[in-house]
Design a protein around this ligand. Structure first.
Ligand SMILES: [Zn+2]
Length: 326
């Protein structure tokens, strides 16, 4: 099977995780760009240079495809789509997720206040998070998506797989050759974060790590020969990388169980146990790790959750004897 012509163009960003990859794909149907990087002039200039090295320009782009709706992957979408007239494609929930994640309105603030109270986060840290989060505004320039990509559909030689977990819109594009655009679903250099998120209207909040592990298990069975990731260099052995991610999660669960005091603990307390040195900038991501693993342990029946009168969730160890009692 002939491999697709995919070129990685790394774009700069000032994020803790460093640069963001976009990929130029010379498809049969369209000259395609997967993802668009962060909304900065430096990223735009780097993209123009990367395209020029391939003998094309922004104006030649015919299609832009999103791997998920996070701001470091959608930043230049409007600028690129308007400059090229390219068709924009993404997960059917992309626009709703953008609205829920980045529209900094009263409902947004109230949701995060309630969520963080449930996680046991102190009030001043909640307000610090909300103020810090709203600084993301500078990276947002929400644009439309012309074509929604259904799970199992085919786009110019790639089969579309919805793989929610890191985000609800995570989408993987598997070529018949095994070359796969994986976004942030599988990364070799960092463990993708099961980021806490708002539920869709009228729905329960998703247990993101539980959802992510289900997606990883499905991904592990796909015939992937090469991963083109959203961050870092490409890599070959997808199932080994998936196994390494699952193993790191298992070890994190063991650490949390070892930390659990008899009085139980909130996700915030678990976070402080896992990461003793505080970092306001990373609080939300670390809290997502702690909450995600506690929810996975609850799903396994190894901890049980109690809601305190103040609204915080407290997790208690389930002893093996107690589990056997009907
Ligand atoms: Zn992401």
């Amino acid at each position: 099977m002939e491999r697709p012509r995919i070129t990685r163009i790394p774009l700069p960003s000032s994020l803790p995780m460093g640069g963001v990859n976009v990929f130029l794909y010379r498809g049969r149907e369209a000259l395609t760009l997967f993802d668009t990087g962060v909304l900065t002039d430096e990223a735009y200039a780097a993209l123009e240079a990367g395209l020029a090295a391939e003998g094309v320009g922004v104006r030649d782009l015919e299609r832009i495809v999103l791997t998920h709706h996070h701001f470091d992957h959608i930043g230049l979408l409007r600028r690129l789509a308007e400059a090229s007239g390219a068709q924009t494609c993404g997960h059917p929930d992309t626009l709703e997720c953008l609205r829920m994640t980045y529209q900094f309105d009263g409902a947004y603030r109230e949701y995060y206040r309630a969520l963080f109270r449930e996680m046991g986060v102190p009030g001043e840290e909640i307000e610090m998070f909300i103020r810090g989060r709203e600084r993301l505004r500078q990276y947002l320039d929400v644009y439309s998506v012309d074509r929604f990509l259904a799970d199992g559909s085919v786009l110019d030689g790639f089969t579309v797989h919805h793989v929610p977990g890191h985000s609800p819109t995570d989408t993987l594009f598997l070529h018949a050759s095994g070359d796969t655009i994986v976004g942030d679903h599988v990364l070799a250099t960092v463990t993708p974060n099961p980021i806490l998120r708002r539920p869709f209207a009228g729905r329960e909040r998703v247990k993101t790590l539980v959802e992510y592990r289900e997606s990883l298990t499905r991904t592990r069975s796909l015939p992937i020969s090469w991963c083109h990731p959203g961050h870092g260099e490409g890599f070959g052995d997808a199932s080994a990388v998936v196994d390494a991610i699952l193993a790191r999660q298992d070890r994190c669960c063991e650490r949390i169980l070892a930390l659990l005091p008899a009085a139980g603990m909130t996700p915030y307390e678990a976070m402080r146990g896992l990461y003793p040195a505080p970092s306001p900038a990373l609080m939300f991501f670390r809290l997502s790790v702690a909450a995600g693993h506690l929810e996975w342990l609850e799903t396994l029946g190894k901890v049980r959750r109690e809601q305190e009168t103040g609204g915080a969730s407290r997790y208690h160890a389930v002893s093996p004897e107690a589990k056997e009692t009907p």
